[in-house]
Design a protein around this ligand. Structure first.
Ligand SMILES: [Mn+2]
Length: 434
């Protein structure tokens, strides 16, 4: 592709493509139990916007493209509005324009959004869509916003045809063909996008980065800062250069804190000290491996081991030690340590010729009669309700969205509780040992 713009100048347009910042998103991770970590993650999505603006300034880019869901939608604070205004002004002063669309999360303008004092260099495409021609740059930018929270139909037919002689860039918030675990939003096939005649599709919505297509480019940049282990790994934005040689893209890391799920197999470890060492080693490995400034770990201990009861009993202690090991590294945080090893079959129901042990009998009684008892479950449910009532409403769904989901969670908690009681009994004779 070699194009010249009228007047004979060659095209050179460089921009940053991002989406799904979800500013003011409520904390979804378990990190909220640790106020320092909660502070880090709470600020991360906001400060990542500052890093994005920083890249634009440093690279002297022409524009920043935001393909929807800049805001999470539910909690838009005046503080965030003021912060954003300031960041947009930094771009404006450097002569960098912003082109953005609204996604399903920020479709409807809140009172706070209306207060946003945006410089004229920020262009927000409407729900009807439109095109901005930058003839001096040899570029046309097209975009369509979500007008409301849902968009079951494709928005592609509303996009204009490519402008002749210009590089055409399209901003679209879409679930593409529909991805597993996501509702369908403005669905569109990659083939249809590729055939539309644009040179670069700047997509948003799916939080995992993927370059779906090259020539033309169809890019889902992913969330630039993960919010929990469901959004693990280093996160980034996409730097795009369009010039006489065509279009090139680069990934630029942005996440301040990177979430990782770390599983430690404790099979074969000979004692609890070896378990501690394995946890410490895993923390150090993550400390060196993380590409972001901070690593936030959800650790799980798995595998069959005779130490299973001991590990379960000491889970809190192991978690606290892990937090201290993490603190020493200076860049690792422990969001949660799950102690979920299992007991080898030959030890799980301790029985000898005299029949099952008293502990094994108690275990069977708890599992088969007590936690299945209607009255007992009703009591347990009351306790769960009281606890849930203390959580912010946005987090309650994590404990079951409906009756069945909630029953599942309660059942899991009761089973875990049984295992913990047995672990305490099985290890009662270990007191004093290390
Ligand atoms: Mn979205």
């Amino acid at each position: 592709m070699r194009r010249e713009i009228p007047g004979g100048n060659v095209i050179a347009f460089r921009f940053l493509h991002t989406a799904d910042l979800h500013l003011d998103s409520p904390l979804r991770s378990l990190a909220l139990k640790d106020s320092e970590l909660a502070g880090l993650i709470g600020n991360a999505s906001r400060s990542v916007f500052e890093s994005i603006v920083g890249i634009c300034l440093e690279e002297r880019l022409d524009a920043l493209l935001i393909a929807g869901d800049l805001f999470d939608g539910t909690l838009r604070s005046v503080k965030t509005a003021a912060y954003l205004s300031r960041q947009f002004r930094r771009l404006d002063e450097a002569g960098i324009s912003v082109y953005m669309i609204r996604g399903n999360h920020d479709a409807e303008a809140s009172a706070v959004t209306k207060q946003l004092d945006l410089p004229p260099s920020v262009h927000v495409f409407s729900g009807k869509g439109g095109m901005v021609r930058l003839d001096d740059k040899g570029v046309a930018i097209h975009g369509i916003s979500f007008a409301k929270k849902t968009m079951p139909e494709t928005s592609l037919p509303k996009f204009k045809s490519p402008a002749d002689g210009l590089i055409n860039i399209g901003l679209m918030h879409t679930s593409i063909g529909g991805s597993e675990g996501h509702d369908v939003y403005a669905p569109v096939s990659l083939a249809a996008l590729a055939a539309h005649g644009f040179d670069y599709w700047a997509l948003g919505h799916i939080h995992k980065r993927k370059v779906h297509h090259e020539n033309p480019f169809i890019v889902m940049p992913g969330i630039p800062q993960g919010r929990d282990t469901g959004e693990a790994g280093p996160k980034s934005v996409t730097l795009v250069t369009a010039d006489e040689n065509g279009i090139r893209i680069e990934e630029r890391l942005t996440a301040l804190a990177e979430f990782s799920a770390v599983t430690i197999d404790v099979r074969g470890l000979k004692d609890i000290e070896a378990v501690r060492t394995a946890i410490r080693d895993a923390i150090r490995t993550q400390s060196e491996a993380t590409q972001s400034e901070h690593a936030v770990l959800r650790m799980t201990l798995t595998g069959q081991t005779p130490l299973a009861w001991r590990i379960r009993r000491d889970a809190e202690l192991l978690a606290e030690e892990a937090r201290q090991d993490a603190r020493e590294t200076g860049n690792v945080w422990i969001e949660k340590l799950y102690a979920a090893p299992s007991v080898p079959a030959h030890l799980s129901a301790k029985s000898d010729t005299a029949g099952p042990s008293p502990v094994a009998e108690l275990e069977a009684l708890m599992r088969d009669s007590i936690i299945t008892d209607e009255g007992f479950c009703a009591e347990a449910d009351k306790i769960l309700s009281a606890r849930l009532g203390k959580l912010p409403p946005s987090l309650r769904d994590h404990f079951g969205k409906d009756e069945a989901g909630r029953k599942n969670i309660l059942d899991r908690l009761l089973r875990e509780g049984c295992t913990d009681v047995i672990a305490a009994l099985e290890t009662a004779n270990l007191h004093g040992e290390d």
